[in-house]
Write a protein that binds this ligand. Structure first.
Ligand code: ARG
Length: 569
């Protein structure tokens, strides 16, 4: 259903037919002012390749004339190519594709691992985990939609010296009741402080780390309990946020411990790593600068980095993966770069396997500073979710207080608040920081989750008033485009494939941008087309179909963002 693709192919074939196999850089823009599509950059290619302009343009003209979908092609000097398409034809194309599963959009299937969320044990999830969790889940959805096998992995931070401290504290102060994560988090905080100032306690902690490594039964039991409590809490958050991660997706850092000695040995043998003062190090280069990464400490301990290397080797083998995607914040950019180059050098993955780090910016408070509590701690996710739900509830109670009962208001507030948080995050350019602004998130005018929900419910209600629904009107009716706005909507609909494919490369905000465009077009359409009053049945049904397709697209796109639609607001 991708008209730009038809245009690209036509142009490509022309270049192929004259001589060259090169991939040229020219752009096709959808245009609503002077034509339907515009091709830019052809004249530059003609000049560069010393081709004959008249000859090429004539060829282009002829080729486009032959295709039934194009009505007219106008080339104005020095080389503006304007393409006009047939209104009737575009309706037919859409009629055909909306019947096919996912509008016929798919890619060649690949196995793709995606590493996201990955919080640490003994702590509740905080604001720093929000972006990785939401972005990762959405990118996973998009890739799945395109037909890939997506393996979602939660690289849980369930190993490390912190357990020594926590266990030392529990043992020393005979803490028996560790039934919730808050108790553990408090113990962790206190133990961390004591560890720094008290050598005796520090030694005790180290002793427990060793015991944990040696799999001492009693110690393992406490460790497992701490993990279990953390996971339970995280799962609650995932459920609230409608995130697809469950226990099954966890392959934590602890899992790889058994592989670490042989990995370090192998890297030394391959001369990728070297030993200095009993420490094992790896040198990597980036833009002529040299960086050093430790993979084994003097005392024999392994690190986060060693685990990382092992995890890639494991994932490649186990999942026959073509791609591993990381959603980890920008601060770990250099670190992951180092890891990727080590793994490639050691040939732990095939040459074709891609390792991709999608980094992202920070969430800021209203003063533009990193979001922290007064004590400088990270704000818990639970807390900001609650705050957003409360703010939503205030608005909804005010508007709907005498129509809906308390229970209904609670339910809607919750759904809208979650969609607002997720949509706001996903609508921002991934790389940039953004301010967590609840008021803006909840706006019913801008590119927000609630606005999309509202547009969707509006369509549902129009369909209902006309005694139909999305499924029925798509199935039964035919598109018969009767004005310019409908035509523009149709052109936008045919962009869906390109949008979804582009967004799958780590950019869900492209979907949000698209949604905003198409819902804005719908609003315009709605203002000028009173469907109920239309006498001509075919035209009326076509309009109902058109808005049904818009609703279907909203629903699909929101589901790719991990947001459920409401039927009523
Ligand atoms: N647990 C880490 C942290 O909270 C994030 C892990 C990200 N994933 C990875 N494979 N390194 O900083």
């Amino acid at each position: 259903m991708n008209i730009k693709k038809i245009i690209y192919r036509t142009i490509e074939n022309i270049f192929k037919s004259i001589k060259t196999k090169k991939k040229y850089n020219y752009k096709i823009h959808q245009n609503n002012k002077f034509s339907d599509y515009q091709i830019n950059g052809i004249i530059e290619i003609i000049k560069k390749e010393k081709l004959h302009p008249k000859y090429i343009f004539k060829k282009i003209k002829n080729k486009f004339k032959k295709k039934k979908i194009f009505k007219k092609i106008k080339i104005t000097p020095p080389g503006f190519i304007n393409i006009f398409i047939k209104k009737k034809k575009i309706g037919k194309i859409i009629d055909k594709y909306v019947k096919i599963k996912n509008f016929g959009i798919k890619e060649k299937k690949k196995n793709i691992v995606i590493d996201y969320s990955s919080p640490n044990v003994a702590k509740e999830m905080h604001i720093g985990h929000l972006r990785s969790t939401i972005l990762g889940d959405s990118i996973g959805n998009i890739l799945e939609f395109l037909g890939h096998k997506v393996i979602r992995i939660n690289h849980l931070g369930d190993w490390g010296t912190q357990f020594g401290m926590i266990i030392a504290w529990i043992k020393k102060y005979k803490k028996k009741k560790i039934n919730n994560i808050n108790t553990i988090e408090n113990i962790y905080k206190k133990a961390q402080k004591k560890f720094l100032i008290n050598t005796k306690f520090a030694n005790l902690s180290r002793k427990y780390v060793v015991q944990l490594q040696k799999k001492k039964k009693k110690i393992i039991k406490i460790w497992k309990k701490i993990i279990k409590l953390t996971i339970k809490k995280n799962e609650k958050i995932y459920k609230i946020l409608n995130i697809k991660l469950t226990k099954k997706n966890i392959i934590g850092e602890s899992f790889y411990q058994k592989f670490l000695p042989s990995i370090v040995e192998d890297l030394v043998k391959k001369k990728i790593a070297y030993i200095k003062n009993k420490t094992v190090l790896v040198k990597t280069k980036n833009k002529n600068k040299q960086y050093i990464l430790i993979i084994k400490k003097k005392d024999g301990g392994f690190l986060y980095s060693t685990t990382e290397i092992a995890s890639i080797k494991y994932r490649y083998k186990k999942f026959k993966t073509n791609k591993i995607i990381y959603l980890v914040d920008t601060r770990q950019k250099l670190y992951l770069y180092q890891i990727f180059s080590i793994v490639k050098k050691a040939k732990y993955i095939s040459k074709k396997t891609k390792l991709i780090h999608y980094d992202f910016g920070t969430i800021l408070n209203k003063f533009g500073k990193p979001f922290k509590t007064r004590e400088g701690k990270n704000i818990k996710l639970k807390k900001i979710i609650k705050k957003t739900i409360l703010a939503t509830k205030k608005i909804i109670s005010f508007k709907k207080g005498n129509i809906y009962n308390e229970k209904k208001i609670n339910k809607i507030s919750y759904e809208i608040a979650i969609s607002a948080i997720k949509y706001y995050d996903l609508s921002k350019n991934r790389i940039k920081n953004y301010i967590f602004d609840i008021k803006k998130m909840l706006s019913l005018k801008d590119n927000t989750g609630p606005y999309m929900q509202y547009a969707y419910t509006r369509i549902i209600s129009v369909l209902k008033k006309n005694n139909t629904n999305i499924k029925e009107s798509i199935k039964k009716n035919k598109l018969k485009i009767s004005n310019q706005i409908e035509f523009n909507i149709c052109k936008e609909i045919t962009n869906l494939e390109e949008i979804i494919k582009l967004s799958s490369q780590g950019n869900p905000h492209i979907i949000c941008h698209y949604l905003y465009k198409i819902t804005s077009l719908f609003s315009k359409f709605y203002e000028t087309n009173r469907i109920k009053n239309i006498k001509n049945k075919k035209i009326k049904n076509s309009k109902l179909k058109l808005i049904s397709i818009i609703a279907k697209i909203i629903k699909i796109c929101l589901s790719l963002l991990g947001i459920k639609v409401l039927n009523k607001m």
